[in-house]
Ligand binder design. Sequence first.
Ligand SMILES: N[C@@H](CCC(=O)N[C@@H](CS)C(=O)NCC(=O)O)C(=O)O
Length: 216
Amino acid sequence: MKLYTYWRSLATFRVRIALNLKGVAYEQVSVDLDAGQQSKADYKAINPQMVIPSLVEDDGTVLYQSMAIMEYLNEVYPQPPLLPADPKGRARVRALSLITVADSHPLIVPRVRNHLAATFNLDDEGRMTWVRHWFAAGLDAYETHLSRDQATGTYCHGDRVTMADLCLVSHAAGYRVFKGNLDKHPTVKRIVDTCMADERFATAQPMRQPGAPKAH
Ligand SMILES: N[C@@H](CCC(=O)N[C@@H](CS)C(=O)NCC(=O)O)C(=O)O
């Protein structure tokens, strides 16, 4: 299978972790978001929404939207499970995942930041404030849920990795790119640090992808 990706894409980071956890081999095809390659005709034919990730199966089926892709991988490769066995647990993991996937990340993606600049003349500093606001709002919600819910364990839900951890880790990584830190979110920080100590998470992170700037 082929993953259309870009080193710093947070949505693709989530999918890369899922692929690593499932032990699935894949080919990476880079879509340079900084060069606007996502809007070019050849990629638009694959994903009309002009966003990454897209995962193309060997039979040509195109999967899109990171959460749908994670759920697909979880169904096709059941081990290790990314969702709990019980309906209430699954609802909680999906709900935690959606804090990032539905309510935070969509507000900070390049097309939104570009629109704020082009249509509303928001300068760099204004866009930075916007992005940090939405990341922090999501982290506040995570911190409250995770610190008060009995269901929280070593990870977001109990003592096994679930899809919620993949989403949380991508959220925290994005916040750090925009110079946020997790000092006010200790439960989030504990879980993120635990996840990132696992090579299957660490090797999926943006700075370890082909094309990422060299760390200095
Ligand atoms: N909800 C989608 C978000 C996809 C998305 O917006 N991806 C970003 C990269 S993380 C993108 O391709 N942005 C291109 C743009 O905004 O022009 C998902 O989770 O897959």
